[in-house]
Write a protein that binds this ligand. Structure first.
Ligand code: PHE
Length: 462
């Protein structure tokens, strides 16, 4: 069976950065930063990206490129035992849960894009808040938008790696950067914007609390698409020339810059109209439409255009990420169910399109539950949280760190050092000055710190 691969170096970077840059940067990062006091949170976040994010990314890349197969098979190949496949399978399940709730939020963005074009969210603060509440708690509309988003993702993924994923990423990522820069400039030119910039860049350590470490860690993993086997799946399409360390550093850099730019477009605009950005997940849906209207309201057409550009940006960013989540399951179902010679699936012969459909249907079911839990159906909760909030919390703060932890243990301690060195140095063709630091990080720093942060958070470690 022919496996797809990325055609160009820039394709690798744009597609993988496309996975990393998404709602995690433009929706989740700003509201987390807003809730956790600004610059102090960002500092801890950046530390997490450097200390755990980059080594974790390289490890997943190594597993994926070495195995050149879907995540479950790749983990099995590098681990040398069937049991390691479980890590890939849990990763694929994690990504389905993420895609399920992520599509709901992406669907909200689509609704807001249309509403900003047709003027549906024009009104005072109370009107905008009510608009979001009525819309998100509706049983039908947001659910249909979520499903639409998954189907859109499906359309791209079923066309394969080079013709689907790489082509769309090469087109969308530059658009995304251009939109981002335009909005940042417009936001920072507002009178009073300095306060927002200060909030982002001047740390106030009195705002630090117990939760901040796990939140920053979870956010770093979520934003880098780490711990879901997503990077491992993409790396299985990398060529032998791809420099894994350099790519990880470049992608983490792009992802962090986009997150900070997202902050630079939201906070200056919010502070310029005296709005405090600590309202949580609804920040970009309740606070921002108002902020745009007030901040750019002097020249009405600018406020109108900025709002449209902003929600278009969110939709594009979300799409390049949902594509990557979808690909994990698609590759898994396609490769595992198309070549089985024995076992219960022996009579099946699933094509890539078939694999994509299985993935889409599972994610649509999760998406429906997440969407309805926002109010469409009463009491659809888990552990006192709406299913959507629970999926977000459970994946970002538990499953992703766990996935990254196990990958570090596998790569750091079980796989022969020669295999790791060969992958890291492209079989001795690139210099390996950072190899020892990398190995030390995956052996000791990442696993110990990840566990310590999890235990600290749960109160087991005081
Ligand atoms: N990194 C993506 C974002 O920031 C989300 C994501 C998580 C994508 C896990 C793939 C896998 O929005």
């Amino acid at each position: 069976m022919e496996r797809g691969n990325f055609g160009t170096k820039i394709g690798v970077i744009l597609a993988t950065a496309g996975s990393a840059v998404g709602l995690g940067n433009i929706w989740r990062f700003p509201y987390m930063t807003g809730q956790n006091g600004g610059a102090a949170f960002i500092l801890i976040y950046i530390l997490c990206v450097i200390m755990f994010g980059i080594p974790g990314m390289v490890s997943e890349f190594i597993v994926g490129r070495h195995g050149a197969a879907n995540a479950a098979r790749a983990y099995k190949i590098i681990g040398g035992h069937k049991a390691w496949a479980l890590v890939g399978i849990v990763g694929a399940i994690t990504s389905m849960i993420i895609l399920g709730f992520y599509a709901v939020v992406a669907g909200w963005c689509m609704q807001y894009l249309f509403a900003s074009i047709f003027g549906g969210i024009n009104g005072d603060a109370a009107y905008v808040a009510e608009y979001f509440k009525t819309f998100s708690s509706d049983a039908i509309k947001p659910t249909l938008w979520g499903i639409t988003f998954i189907l859109l993702t499906h359309l791209v993924v079923q066309n394969g790696v080079r013709n689907g994923i790489e082509k769309v990423s090469n087109l969308l990522m530059p658009c995304l950067f251009i939109l981002l820069i335009i909005i940042v400039i417009a936001a920072c030119l507002q009178p009073g914007a300095e306060k927002g910039i200060e909030f982002l860049l001047k740390p106030d350590f009195s705002k630090l609390n117990r939760n901040i470490f796990l939140e920053a860690l979870g956010q770093a993993f979520f934003s880098l698409s780490l711990g879901t086997a997503c990077l491992c799946t993409y790396a299985s399409y990398f060529s032998r020339q791809t420099n894994l360390m350099k790519s990880a550093a470049q992608i983490a850099g792009i992802d962090t810059i986009v997150a900070i730019l997202a902050g630079l477009m939201i906070f200056p605009a919010a502070f310029s109209v005296g709005v405090n950005p600590d309202c949580g997940p609804s920040l970009i849906f309740i606070t921002l439409p108002n902020v745009f209207q007030q901040a750019f309201g002097g020249v009405h057409i600018i406020g109108y255009i900025i709002a449209i550009l902003f929600y278009a940006l969110l939709v594009l960013a979300a799409l390049t990420s949902t594509i990557s989540m979808h690909e994990i399951g698609t590759a898994f179902f396609f490769e595992e169910l198309s070549r089985k010679k024995k076992g219960i699936f022996s009579h099946m012969n699933v094509s890539r399109k078939g694999g994509a459909w299985i993935e889409s249907i599972i994610c649509i079911i999760i998406c429906i539950f997440c969407s309805l839990s926002m109010g469409g159906v009463k009491n659809l909760t888990l552990f006192n949280m709406s299913i959507l909030d629970f999926c977000d919390f459970f994946t970002a703060q538990i499953l992703l760190p766990l996935g990254a932890f196990v990958t570090c243990i596998l790569v750091g301690w079980y796989v022969p050092k020669k295999v790791i060195r060969d992958e890291f140095t492209n079989w001795g063709t690139i210099r390996s000055t950072l190899f020892d630091i990398y190995l030390f990080a995956v052996r000791f720093i990442c696993p110990i710190c990840i566990i310590a942060i999890e235990l600290y958070q749960t109160g087991l470690l005081k």
